[in-house]
Ligand binder design. Structure first.
Ligand SMILES: Nc1ncnc2c1ncn2[C@@H]1O[C@H](COP(=O)(O)OP(=O)(O)OP(=O)(O)O)[C@@H](O)[C@H]1O
Length: 650
């Protein structure tokens, strides 16, 4: 489902934009592909595009009103009312000024009273006061509504992102969309609302002023109405270009952000310094930035200068009106008050003409961003609970079966898993081994239902995983991933997040830490379990890689889940800690089905069953002894590692 507004050409360019810049930004050209190549040149396609964009803009309006209403109905009504009032004020002001001038002229000529002048002056004061109040009210209500809207949209984006599948985050195109939706888009409905309100206000001013003009000369009204058209067209053209440019820039900006983070982030500092990458990366950043700026500058200057040139046509019409009225007053066909009224009207029409087209083109531009937001919000997670989800068995026994499971990552040619079948009995401890890229982590992602298999099925206690509610299923799995998270929080928070309900259960947290072999280390920290970890804090403690890994392990142990998954749980641990963990693994995994990935064969041999993956296929399966006696790949890999150790020992 698409958000509707953006013309098809824009969508095509959007797709092209995200796929065309394949470079990492670390090397290669720094130019930005031309965003305006596909610009329609003939009148017909321009008109079609104009029609599409106008209808898209108008269609976008109800969505923005909907967003405003959701954010705050009271504020929305207040903003609408005050907008109407402040739209009428300029016309009212001009009319009262006319009456006052006429009264003054009448008094000068001897057939008017000063009382009338005082009355009108009081009325004028009233109108000014009302204008000031309505302006203040509009500003306040609009500002508050904008704040509420931004918050509510950011909340929606965050909420939606939290529900999306892992594939959304692992795919660069959709990840770009998420970034745009979370960074750029929350402001856009607000600017669209501002543009729309400006449009309504100026339309009211414009309309009421035109009514006054029509009462004098319909021709003047036509001139006033026709003047804004060229300026409007030019504005909408540049608005679309600006949007397209931002889209094309998005990958470039991402690369610039990346270069920036390489130089400014602590984790990269060691390497960038040692390899002397600093000046090189800074220079790449500068060149990308220069290119980016040059393109932006060209567009901004053109947009403003060409836009102004077109708007001069409107100015010309306004001045024409003023001249005509002045000549009419000299000829005695109009009063001095009329002259004042029409001068004010001409000025107001001119400003509102500009307001109208900038409002309209602003809406057009913002609407394109809004489409991105709505496209993002319309992305549905594919891994969802079935209409009638099967309740998980109580208790889950942890019987896992892979039946001819195949899987390819979206867009990938090769299969990451190819026709894999095996069984893990309840409570069994299984090790998964294989060379890099063999598909071990993928197997775990499928088991946690972060992806669904593209072929075959996975059963837990005899039921296809897809029949369960994925959240329910995940709550029965405890896992530590290879790229575990180091939360910028206290030690207790870092561990407690493994089981939200027990975030405050200190005894359980300490127990989990103990089981992961990090309890005594945390107790020795200045503030024990309340010590902040990580560098975001002034007094944050910097832990070593292995210590962080133990904390992540403790987080996994927070759950009393029937299935325990550990992806290279000891990759950062020292030999003693590793030995200690595996010596206790039997106790730690007591009563749970445990699946762990390891590259260290010394730890693998303890497993009750070993699965060897080779390029996505299950190549060997059995106990250590069985696989050794088979003399296959496992045996040769084991011997290779053992030999290396023995050589060192010798
Ligand atoms: N998000 C992804 N999108 C596309 N392809 C992926 C993705 N993640 C992994 N792959 C590919 O799938 C294959 C299996 O990857 P996987 O991470 O499962 O390997 P692994 O056995 O865990 O490797 P390692 O021992 O290096 O951790 C690899 O060829 C990898 O390139």
């Amino acid at each position: 489902m698409h958000g509707g507004g953006a013309p098809i050409g824009v969508r095509r360019m959007l797709r092209k934009a995200s796929s065309s810049v394949a470079q990492s930004g670390l090397t290669g050209p720094v130019d930005i592909p031309d965003a305006v190549r596909d610009e329609p040149t003939d009148l017909r396609s321009r008109l079609t595009r104009l029609r599409q964009s106008a209808s898209g803009t108008v269609r976008g309006l109800p969505r923005v009103i909907g967003l405003a209403w959701q954010a705050s109905p009271v504020m929305t009504v207040l903003v609408a009312l005050s907008t109407v009032v402040s739209g009428l004020m300029p016309t009212l002001t001009a009319y009262v000024a006319k009456l006052l001038l006429d009264a003054v002229v009448a008094a000068v000529q001897g057939h008017g009273t000063t009382t009338r002048i005082v009355e009108l002056a009081a009325l004028e004061f009233g109108v000014f006061t009302a204008t000031a109040i309505s302006t203040a009210l509009t500003n306040a209500a609009q500002q508050l509504l904008q704040e509420r809207m931004t918050l509510s949209i950011r909340h929606r984006v965050m909420d939606h992102a939290s529900k999306l599948d892992l594939r959304f985050f692992e795919d660069s195109e959709s990840y770009d969309q998420l970034r745009q939706a979370s960074q750029e888009a929350p402001q856009r409905p607000v600017s669209m609302l501002t543009s729309a309100l400006g449009l309504v206000r100026t339309s009211i001013t414009f309309g009421s002023m035109v009514v006054l003009l029509v009462s004098v000369s319909p021709l003047l009204a036509v001139v006033a109405l026709a003047a804004p058209v060229p300026a409007f067209i030019s504005q909408s053209k540049y608005g679309a270009r600006a949007f397209m440019l931002t889209l094309w820039m998005s990958p470039i900006r991402r690369r610039m952000d990346y270069l920036n983070s390489l130089v400014t982030t602590d984790t990269y500092a060691k390497e960038t310094k040692l390899f002397g990458l600093g000046p090189y990366l800074v220079d790449r950043f500068r060149r990308l930035g220069q290119n980016y700026y040059a393109r932006e500058r060209k567009l901004t200057t053109r947009r403003n200068f060409v836009g102004t040139a077109w708007s001069l046509l409107s100015t010309l019409a306004g001045s024409g009106i003023a001249l005509y009225i002045a000549l009419e007053a000299v000829a005695g066909r109009l009063t001095i008050g009329d002259l004042a009224l029409y001068t004010a009207a001409a000025a107001a029409v001119q400003t509102s003409v500009q307001g109208l087209f900038s409002g309209f083109s602003g809406m057009y531009e913002n609407n394109l961003y809004l489409d991105t937001l709505y496209d993002f919000l319309a992305t549905e997670p594919r891994i969802t609970a079935p209409a009638v989800a099967k309740p998980l068995p109580e208790p889950v026994r942890g019987h896992i079966e892979f039946e001819n499971v195949s899987f390819s990552y979206p867009g990938a040619g090769e299969k990451a898993l190819d026709d894999v079948s095996f069984e893990i009995r309840p409570g069994e401890t299984v090790a998964v081994v294989g060379r890099n890229g063999a598909g071990k982590s993928t197997l775990i992602k499928l088991l946690c239902r972060l992806y669904d298999p593209t072929g075959g099925r996975i059963l837990l206690d005899g039921v296809d995983l897809r029949e369960f509610d994925p959240d329910e299923l995940r709550s029965r799995i405890s896992a530590m991933f290879q790229d575990y998270v180091t939360y910028q929080g206290t030690a207790a928070e870092n561990i407690g997040l493994g089981q939200l309900g027990a975030l405050d259960d200190r005894a359980r947290i300490e127990d989990a830490a103990e089981r992961a072999g990090v309890g005594s280390r945390i107790s020795r920290l200045p503030r024990g379990f309340d010590s902040p970890l990580g560098r975001w804090f002034d007094q944050g403690v910097s832990l070593s890689g292995g210590e962080w890994q133990k904390i992540a392990l403790a987080r996994a142990f927070m759950r009393d889940a029937p299935v325990l998954i550990l992806d290279e749980p000891t990759s950062a641990l020292d030999a003693a800690a590793e030995h200690d963990l595996f010596a206790r693994l039997r106790a730690l995994s007591e009563g749970r089905t445990t699946l762990y990935i390891s590259h260290r064969f010394s730890t693998v041999r303890q497993a009750e069953k070993i699965l060897l993956l080779d390029r996505g296929r299950l190549a060997e399966e059995g106990t250590h002894e069985e696989l050794m006696s088979q003399g296959g790949d496992y045996a040769s890999l084991f011997t290779l590692q053992a030999a290396a150790y023995l050589e060192e020992a010798a």
